[in-house]
Design a protein around this ligand. Structure first.
Ligand code: PLP
Length: 451
């Protein structure tokens, strides 16, 4: 029929002209083109007419208030009618940017009180990295330029943030990483803990930061960047001993700490920020995804008083910015998103439904022969698949076991994501218990198909 024909035309247009992120384009050609997502309602994604999928990934871990919120659309329409665009260069602002900056500063941990707006998490991190350089130059220590990141990290797709990623396949095609970046071990107890208990291993993994600083020379090191919980590669949960030790090392060595809360920010873990749980007060915090629940592209680099004093309040222009920094429509939508989160108690709900999710996952698949570990916090869960539970060995990655399981779950109508040897689940905060049951049942069926 007509609708089918239009979809075919769109798929062809897409296939011929649209470059997709992180996608094998030759496979996309062979598979007849991309799936057309068309609508969303609550936790459900609807595409190609009538295909209804329960999106247990909330898009890419961002649609935290769920799809199809009319009040968000209204906030965007109102803001766009009033003022579709004006910049925030020099001495201009707009009501939504001003209000949102204050809102973020009030919610953010500790002295994180200054907000620079960007359009993506990558840009926010890149902006922070420039501020780090500005900070050390202002302090008269311009040699402090080296950034330490971690294996398995994901911080973005610009040249420098890609360099920070601890995922070698993202480097190879581009001749990265850039110089001035080092990686240390991730606090991945399940895989790297050896004979140590989690607490002892957490301290050991943290001390690899100290060792790296010693190796490089403290006078060369500018900052350490880390996600409080690493999501890519399967929700790597740091033992509780890890963060206190990291914070102490950063203080001792005088290096800046950047907490990348692009995924964990705004309630994903059942806390407003994962830093609240771990008792971290970083010098910088990166926010994106959940800031607008993905309804508009917007991100924030949140800057501490200490850094702002050195870099922003000493006179002279901050020589950095984007045309759409503090975009009025994006800021209005983000404000509405935060209203919804507060009014509906969605952070508390993420904690409560997270506990339900983890308990149901553990009961249903925790003992499955292919499941090594179910881990996470709040509505963020990782399931690591193994060949052998005792030795914790993996099947070869090329076998694509996780992708097979994710595809099998998709055939049950549920979207989960395969990353490395793990599956990730991070649904919208409004997910119901009945929907969690559907997610868990789909995983049970998917594992059964394979084992
Ligand atoms: N940092 C983390 C922890 C992320 O997970 C991501 C994206 O997934 C980014 C940064 C980059 O954000 P964006 O894709 O908006 O550039």
């Amino acid at each position: 029929d007509d609708a089918q024909m239009v979809r075919q035309q769109l798929r062809d247009a897409d296939r011929l002209h649209h470059v997709h992120s992180f996608t094998d384009h030759s496979a996309l050609q062979q598979n007849g083109g991309a799936f057309i997502a068309e609508r969303g309602e609550g936790s459900m994604l609807v595409g190609e007419g009538n295909i209804r999928l329960l999106d247990a990934m909330a898009g890419l871990g961002c649609v935290n208030v769920g799809y199809g919120r009319k009040e968000m659309a209204q906030a965007a329409a109102d803001a766009m009618q009033d003022l579709a665009y004006y910049h925030s260069f020099q001495a201009t602002t707009n009501p939504h940017a001003a209000a949102l900056a204050e809102r973020i500063a009030k919610a953010a941990p500790g002295a994180l009180n200054h907000v620079f707006f960007a359009n993506s998490g990558s840009e926010a991190n890149e902006s922070i990295l420039k501020l780090v350089r500005a900070y050390w130059r202002a302090k008269g220590q311009p040699n402090r330029q080296h950034i330490i990141a971690r294996d398995y990290a994901y911080h973005g797709s610009t040249l420098f943030t890609t360099s920070l990623n601890g995922l070698p396949p993202m480097h190879e095609a581009f001749g990265l990483p850039l110089s001035g970046v080092s990686h240390i071990e991730a606090p991945y107890w399940y895989r790297q803990g050896g004979d140590l208990d989690p607490e002892a291993y957490g301290k050991k993994a943290a001390r690899s930061l100290k060792d790296k600083i010693t190796e490089l020379g403290a006078d060369q090191v500018a900052a350490f960047i880390a996600e409080p919980i690493q999501v890519t590669s399967g929700v790597i949960m740091p033992p509780e001993s890890y963060w206190p030790e990291i914070v102490a090392i950063c203080k001792q060595e005088g290096i800046l700490l950047i907490a990348d809360e692009v995924v964990t920010g705004f309630g994903r873990t059942g806390h407003w920020f994962a830093q609240n749980h771990y008792g971290i007060e970083a010098d910088f915090m990166t926010l994106a995804k959940g800031l607008s629940s993905g309804y508009m592209p917007i991100a924030a680099a949140v800057i501490s008083d200490k850094v702002a004093e050195m870099t922003l309040q000493q006179g002279g222009a901050f020589q950095h910015g984007f045309t759409t920094s503090g975009h009025p429509v994006a800021c209005a939508v983000a404000l509405k998103n935060l209203d919804i989160i507060v009014q509906e108690g969605l952070v508390e709900r993420a904690a409560k439904m997270g506990a339900v999710l983890h308990s149901k996952l553990n009961t249903a698949i925790g003992d499955h022969p292919l499941v090594g570990e179910v881990r996470g916090m709040g509505l963020l869960a990782g399931i690591e698949l193994v060949r052998d539970r005792k030795s914790r060995s993996h099947y070869p990655l090329e076998l694509g076991l996780c992708s097979h399981v994710a595809n099998a779950a998709l055939m049950q109508g549920v979207i989960v994501r395969a990353t490395g040897n793990s599956l990730v689940i991070c649904p919208p905060f409004i997910i119901t218990e009945a929907e969690i049951d559907v997610v868990v049942a789909a995983l049970v069926a998917a594992l059964e198909q394979i084992y």
